[in-house]
Design a protein around this ligand. Structure first.
Ligand code: SF4
Length: 280
């Protein structure tokens, strides 16, 4: 496996962050190549930033995250390493690892492969980026995403037809993430309608509106009128469970994975054991 960064991250949805932060593992590489990717230093095809780790090393790092007080182990874009990730988690569990596992992915993966890791996953944070081929081709680097996401969601919703929150605030089930793409407002409405038909009552929704355009490109942000329309559609479709990002004048920042802490200081804290492995 190749890993770009590990540490506590506080930029996730509130129940994931807990007291100290979500224990986030950013894997290097990605099956998609989105034109807007903010993590392009680590997601690209050619020499993505990161270090190679064995399953035994990742097991040790997971245990260090637990000691650091992480609320969970949040595995970001690990799709292409699933068999080794499974081996790592099993090794860690044999040594006392008990954190909930969050599978945080684009959804561009196959149900057959997900079956390998499913018994270990507590919460899926899965994107439904779009159901329109043209929008997928333009933003995700592959028109086939629009078809590929459907069987993945069918599989997940059948296996996990309910979101639960236990006494310690641990969320289990499926949380669908959707980002509004610039100039593709109707594609978002289509996703919301799909969610209401197929996922409402089973999964939660996290709707994000703060799109950060690729460097050097000017793209229209979601307007207040569009934001009000989104809230109205959520109301009409009776989608109540989940999160809606605020429409704010956000200063866009792109993480720099060549730094010990790629994120603003208040957002994240690196795992010392990972930095030690990186500098060996
Ligand atoms: S799925 Fe996420 S990590 Fe992968 S290329 Fe798209 S935005 Fe980047």
């Amino acid at each position: 496996m190749r890993i770009a960064w590990m540490g506590l991250h506080r930029g996730e949805e509130p129940p994931l962050v807990g007291e100290h932060g979500s224990g986030t593992i950013f894997f290097s590489g990605c099956p998609l190549h989105c034109t807007y990717c903010q993590n392009c230093q680590i997601s690209g095809r050619e020499n993505p930033v990161g270090i190679e780790v064995s399953p035994a090393e990742l097991a040790g790092l997971l245990l260090s995250l637990q000691q650091m007080g992480a609320a969970n182990a949040n595995l970001v874009t690990g799709t292409h390493f699933i068999p080794s990730v499974v081996e790592s988690i099993l090794l860690a569990k044999a040594q006392g690892f008990t954190l909930p596992i969050v599978w945080n992915s684009s959804g561009f993966e196959s149900p057959t492969t997900l079956e390998l890791i499913d018994p270990l996953v507590d919460l899926y944070l899965v994107d439904v980026k779009t159901l329109e081929k043209g929008v997928a081709a333009r933003f995700c680097g592959s028109g086939s995403y629009a078809q590929a996401i459907i069987p993945v969601m069918e599989y997940l919703l059948e296996k996990h037809p309910e979101v639960t929150v236990d006494v310690s605030g641990i969320l289990r089930g499926v949380l669908v993430r959707h980002m509004v793409f610039p100039g593709a407002f109707s594609a978002t409405i289509e996703v919301l309608r799909w969610f209401a038909r197929h996922a409402k009552g089973k999964a939660w929704l996290s709707l994000m509106v703060q799109f950060v355009p690729p460097q050097g490109e000017a793209m229209p942000a979601v307007t207040e009128r569009q934001y009000d329309r989104l809230l109205q559609v959520l109301d009409e479709l009776e989608i109540e469970d989940g999160f809606v990002q605020e429409l704010a004048d956000n200063i866009p920042w792109i993480p720099d994975f060549t730094r010990d802490n790629p994120f603003p200081e208040t957002f994240a804290e690196p795992l010392p054991a990972f930095l030690a492995l990186r500098s060996r």
